[in-house]
Design a protein around this ligand. Structure first.
Ligand code: GLY
Ligand code: MN
Ligand code: MN
Length: 450
């Protein structure tokens, strides 16, 4: 890949699109109802240090507002405007330490809000907005502190002799259905997340050598993600050398990579709150052994078969079935399973070696929102959905039932796949996954570094 120039322009979702999302949600809500969507808060790390702020995805989806301690309220048909934001007030002293605060006045202009109030006034203002509405949409159960606050507001209305909403409805059913279908603007950001992520994975394929620490690989990835405009990782990177690859959510990343081992790298950047989720597995010394090649080829065949099944009309389980068939056939060919493939599939005999499902929705969250089943049936693919496809085989060191040469090997191959009108598009095709192409990239990286 050619070297990336410095990023000066960052693409983002337009104000018109944020307004359209609010409008779409309003259209799904009942008349005379209200929705309350709290934003994220800062999390304490130690003493006066906080973790980096990452906005709540539901809140960001509807507002584009990226500050902590804010609450969005949507009231269809409200005379003085439907979109209301509660947020922090401007404060010169706080700004001096922590940077600029937008404040309610500017939030109205900048974020298309009809009304905005200081968050410190929410207890006085919000009960009055809830009062008289018959239905309250709210994601109960995610944040017990905010749940109590909502209950308190409703109780206050009751205590004052007014009518509180008779019905509480989980907001996610409506909102997550909208988030499941990506617009052209969202796909553009996911492409940029994928582009930065692919560059990161190509960078490390060209750089990995025996002795490199797993966290050094992580550092190289993060560098390239940020240089591509995906400043933060979408999730903590998994860099697992040897049998660490069998730990599905391995995060320690603190061991040296060994000559003769594979390394599994599951890492993706986040571009303007949209994630990429990508895994490649490759040999630390640049050359697959015969045994590694045998296992890798089975997983690759499963992954390609699964990707083929991503198309409108097929259901969300079709890729999984296709992948599990190939993995089962492969396990039989390796002598790890024995018997009829259909019977083995029915028994899910592959499960000890592949405990993960083949994919998940992808979007603002890595494991994105959206139902996988509708009325008890697997969800049918439609254009605009994005799913990962990530089969793997994992043989832990203690699996005495498999031949010694397979133990301690873990392979996963993961791509992000957009459902299009005619089939699918792989957003993460910029990193090699054929054995030959991986070895060639690793060899040229070594040649370039002398
Ligand atoms: N990186 C998390 C996953 O692949 O699901
Ligand atoms: Mn994934
Ligand atoms: Mn992943």
């Amino acid at each position: 890949m050619p070297k990336k120039k410095h990023q000066h322009e960052r693409k983002q979702i337009s104000a018109a699109e944020f307004a359209r999302r609010r409008h779409e949600l309003t259209a799904l809500m009942d008349e005379n109802s209200i929705a309350i969507v709290p934003g994220g808060t800062l999390r304490h790390m130690n003493w006066d240090k906080r973790y980096r702020f990452r906005q709540d995805s539901d809140f960001f989806y509807l507002t584009g507002f990226d500050e902590p301690d804010a609450v969005f309220v949507l009231i269809p048909g409200r005379e003085y405007g439907e979109s209301i934001l509660f947020c922090r007030e401007r404060d010169a002293e706080v700004s001096r330490w922590h940077g600029d605060i937008t404040g309610p006045e500017r939030a109205m202009q900048l974020f298309g809000m009809d009304d905005a109030f200081p968050i410190s006034d929410i207890n006085d203002i919000l009960p009055g907005l809830i009062e008289g509405r018959t239905k309250l949409y709210y994601a109960m159960g995610l944040d017990s502190e905010f749940d109590s606050q909502v209950i308190e507001w409703v109780r206050k209305i009751n205590q004052q002799g007014h009518l509180p909403p008779g019905e509480l409805v989980q907001l996610e059913h409506l909102l997550h259905e909208l988030r499941l279908f990506k617009s052209a603007g969202e796909v553009e950001l996911m492409r940029l997340a994928a582009e930065a992520t692919c560059r990161g994975h190509c960078r490390i394929m060209a750089q990995v050598v025996p002795g490199m620490m797993e966290y050094e690989v992580e550092a190289e990835l993060n560098h390239e993600f940020a240089m591509g405009g995906a400043r933060w990782p979408a999730y903590p990177a998994i860099v697992g050398g040897g049998s660490n690859a069998c730990v599905l959510h391995y995060l320690d990343n603190n061991e040296p990579l060994q000559d003769g081992d594979l390394v599994l790298v599951d890492a993706g950047g986040e571009y303007q709150n949209y994630a990429c989720d990508l895994t490649r597995t490759f040999p630390v010394n640049g050359k697959f052994s015969e045994t590694q090649e045998a296992i890798y080829s089975i997983v690759l065949e499963a992954q390609l078969a699964a990707i083929d099944e991503v198309k409108p009309g097929n259901n969300w389980n079709d890729p999984h079935d296709a992948a599990m068939r190939k993995l089962t056939e492969g396990l039989v060919s390796l002598g790890i399973l024995a018997g009829d493939v259909d019977m083995l599939m029915a028994e899910e005999a592959h499960l000890p070696y592949c405990t993960k499902r083949t994919g998940h929705w992808l979007g603002m969250d890595v494991h994105d929102v959206g139902d996988y089943q509708v009325n008890g049936e697997w969800r049918v693919f439609e254009p605009g959905m994005v799913t990962t496809i990530e089969p793997g085989l994992y043989f832990t060191d203690d699996m005495v039932e498999v031949a010694t040469r397979y133990r301690g090997i873990g392979v996963r191959i993961e791509d992000d796949v957009l459902v299009t009108k005619t089939g699918h598009e792989v957003l993460t095709s910029g990193v090699p996954k054929d054995i030959q192409a991986i070895e060639t990239m690793m060899e040229s990286g070594r040649a370039a570094s002398g």
